[in-house]
Design a protein around this ligand. Structure first.
Ligand code: CA
Length: 223
């Protein structure tokens, strides 16, 4: 289990990292919101422990940016203020849990285990972009309520583009993620796969979702 701690107080962060590592977790630490957001998007964490009071941006903003960026990693907030407003705000935003400082490490560990044991139902199992719906559990794709049959690779490719909707993905990134290998950058494997995907997902519909970004690769978004 891979955990990211976003906490500017170095002592607290160090203490949490030590304790969690001793309990078998793999732990990374970020001391600023900016660094934390970068790390959240760069790797796949099972849990983020997020301090509300950070020097650059507060934890609520970090949380909203994570979700907007498509990261549905569970979040356990740390707050110094036992304030009703904070509590309400956290729940409204969909925080998984939070702890009021100061807390005993044993309490944190118990909360971490509860959040990690929770079924993934907390995470979104469906992606919706315009009239495109991707059911990640059933591996089914629909547009305008109409079922679209995709091969395994096409499904993975579409899901990758949809999960990173709005980000232009390079052919290299797509090749690595979908085929799990490196391709020569001038190979047209990705282009061929995109063309096939478009013929099923975009061609029969007026609104196009998969766009070519010249010199970069492809982006999926509703324009
Ligand atoms: Ca702090």
């Amino acid at each position: 289990m891979h955990i990211l701690i976003i906490e500017d107080e170095k002592k607290t962060a160090g203490f949490l990292k030590k304790g969690l590592t001793e309990n078998g977790f793999v732990v990374d630490v970020a001391h600023t919101a900016e660094d934390g957001l970068f790390q959240v998007h760069a790797s796949d964490y099972d849990l983020v422990i997020l301090d509300v009071m950070l020097p650059d941006k507060n934890g609520w903003v970090v949380f909203e940016e994570m979700r907007k960026g498509g990261r549905h990693t569970p979040v356990l907030f740390l707050t110094a203020r036992d304030c009703v407003e904070d509590r309400v705000k956290g729940l409204e935003l969909g925080a998984d849990d939070y702890l009021v400082k100061p807390f005993a490490f044993s309490e944190l560990l118990a909360r971490v285990r509860v959040v990690l044991r929770r079924p993934q139902a907390q995470q979104s199992t469906e992606i919706k972009i315009a009239d495109l719906q991707i059911d990640l559990l059933k591996r089914k794709v629909k547009r305008g309520g109409q079922q679209i049959g995709l091969t395994q690779k096409e499904f993975v490719l579409l899901t990758l583009l949809a999960q990173r909707s709005g980000d232009a993905l390079s052919r290299t990134v797509i090749a690595e993620r979908v085929w799990d290998m490196n391709f020569d950058s001038d190979t047209n494997v990705v282009d061929v796969a995109i063309r096939r995907l478009r013929s099923k997902v975009d061609d029969p519909f007026a609104q196009k979702l998969i766009h070519t970004v010249r010199g970069v690769g492809y982006v999926l978004e509703a324009r």
